[in-house]
Design a protein around this ligand. Sequence first.
Ligand SMILES: Nc1ncnc2c1ncn2[C@@H]1O[C@H](COP(=O)(O)OP(=O)(O)OP(=O)(O)O)[C@@H](O)[C@H]1O
Ligand SMILES: [Mg+2]
Length: 748
Amino acid sequence: MARVRRRLEKLKLSTLYSFALCAKGSTEDHSKIGTAGFSRVVYVNDPDRHEEEGFRYPRNEVSTTKYSLVTFVPKSLFEQFRRVANFYFLVSGILTLTPLAPYSAVSALLPLSVVITATMLKEGVEDWRRKQQDIELNNRIVKVHRGNGSFEETKWKYIKIGDVIKVEKDNFFPADLILLSSNYPDGICYVETMNLDGETNLKIKQALEVTSDLQEDGDFTNLRQIIKCEDPNANLYSFVGTMDYKGMRHPLSPQQLLLRDSKLRNTDYIYGAVIFTGHDTKVMQNATEPPSKRSKIEKKMDYIIYLLLCSLLGIALLGSVFFGIWTKADLRNGELKRWYLRPDDSTVFYDPKRAPLASFCHLLTALMLYNYFIPISLYISIEMVKILQAVFINQDIDMYDEESDKPTHARTSNLNEELGQVDTILSDKTGTLTCNMMEFIKCSIAGTAYGQSVTEVEKAMALRKGVPLGDEIEAGGHKEKQIEESPHVKGFNLKDPRIMDGNWIHEPNKDVIRDFFRLLAICHTCIPEVDETDKVSYEAESPDEAAFVIAARELGFEFYKRTQTSIVIRERDPNQNVADYQYRKYELLNVLEFSSSRRRMSVIVKEPEPEGRILLFSKGADSVMFTRLAPDGRKFEEETKRHINEYSDSGLRTLVLAYRVLDEKEYENFAEKFRTAKISGSADRDEQIGEAADSIERDLILLGATAVEDKLQKGVPECIDKLAQAGIKIWVLTGDKMETAINIGICM
Ligand SMILES: Nc1ncnc2c1ncn2[C@@H]1O[C@H](COP(=O)(O)OP(=O)(O)OP(=O)(O)O)[C@@H](O)[C@H]1O
Ligand SMILES: [Mg+2]
């Protein structure tokens, strides 16, 4: 559900682009920078100055408990007496203190206090556990700069705004930080945000180029920076701010923001400046007080108790009325026919005129006498049943996963019975139902379809139609030979002798094929990692993009190196020895980042000499890309569209690739507009950036389309089948093309 919520949030934030990896120096012309809306000022490496200047920021100590020592008793008592029955027992308990009580007050108040104490104890224990967690968290250790380049181990709770801290591999960030540098020369680091959004793929963050050379402890001795940024808010995916450093103002984006509760991975260490602490951090801003969940049964129970209460009142009322009438008659006649009804032989009631009063007092007594109607142990026994149910659930061997050695875990026993009442399941698709391991399986280049592998959806459909999965199956509208499974590279399953092993050079449209794979090798935000044997692997935020760079590598266009201002690709000469490489260094001018609302991303690069052209490479959803083609860039439009439809019918995720050559003048115009938009602090900054990007991503020339498969996880179809048999509806959320989604749905 958290992921679903995040996604809805993502949709809402659709206009917030973050053009973070923008490569060109953005430091010029800082007179234009506005800082409207940036009320938070952080003096980096000078934490004491905030107080002197009158800025009050919270401490980094956090508390997630519901109660404190002082509030525990009143607050939890209040919670207890919000339950109807408990409140009723309280009232009737108080009444037993009066002389009207038919029994001693102890016998009414004792059981009530036992019930209340037991429940309060349970609350207290749960809250104590939370407190222990907080204490553990607040006392974790991190290295903080204490002047003269020395970093001292300090407890998390003592961290202040403006501190420079050093976080080491596999540790959590103690507060929200601005990344200053890492052990990598280009200032990148990898972050796992599982605690924030449940995603397991690593995210890449990158420091500003001006700070990324602060590589050693000693470099921080005289460091002075002023960061101005937005106020604390709960939005995990947006951040704007500026950093004044070395006499220049630089824009900050989510790319430099490291969030509390995320974890540093695959990076030895990073240096960061603290900008939000404690309850100001984004993750704490997101934490709402856990609502006390009430199951349907509990709500129904309240109704039943009201009903019982009404009957009780009815019975007591009826009894009292007759008591009044008969008593009056008896007293008047002086007969003692109904001796058992006669009021006490006291002066107050022993008078026929006082019969109504006697009757009223009888009502109160009756209410106390009959209160066993409402069982006081009701809540307790239901609580016990639920605890037992939770124990059974935890021990259920059918719900134990051998692979990960994990049993089920009932985190809250309040809602057990609700499990049987579920009628709709909302689920995320990518990564939840599917493996999130993209495989490049087909592509359409210059109107020709390549790739003969068979997708899961095609197999499922063939099976459904009763077509044997033999030599030939109908796939993608034309007959294809099914090729034997051979061990293949992870992320790459394109099988087509026409383009493999450098054979693409003999294809009629070889120039388009070359541009297609160059685009795949350049237009993305992946980071390469070269090992000792010169083998390249990739880290990517988006698994789709990882599949693209792997495909490009397998076909001889290896994305080899990325700096903030360049991309190097290593091309294998198709005519020559495999070991022969040609290095092509592209100057990276701008990255127009992907966002869910733009549904596309672009990269602007300058080719190496002799061509030296400025190129815009773009990839995105067919719905946005086809409308952006130039009239003379639509040569392969029809075939490509047809192939895309076939791919989506096979349940593949498709993207359209296109490019454009920019002339110098046009680029300069754009670059100026884009730069101004990026460093502006004004409210419509994002629109300005969007507009600038929009103005250049036009008149594109179509190259082709890619098709990537994301297999369903093991057991998903069976599980969904079982759920469907139980009459449970399933809603799946995805950003895929509709046809792809439908076909995967059918496959499920
Ligand atoms: N890296 C990318 N570059 C360009 N376009 C992309 C990229 N990733 C996705 N798209 C396009 O943008 C559309 C929306 O993608 P988005 O990633 O926002 O969907 P999503 O909500 O994440 O769904 P899913 O979880 O299935 O990926 C996709 O249909 C795709 O066509
Ligand atoms: Mg996606």
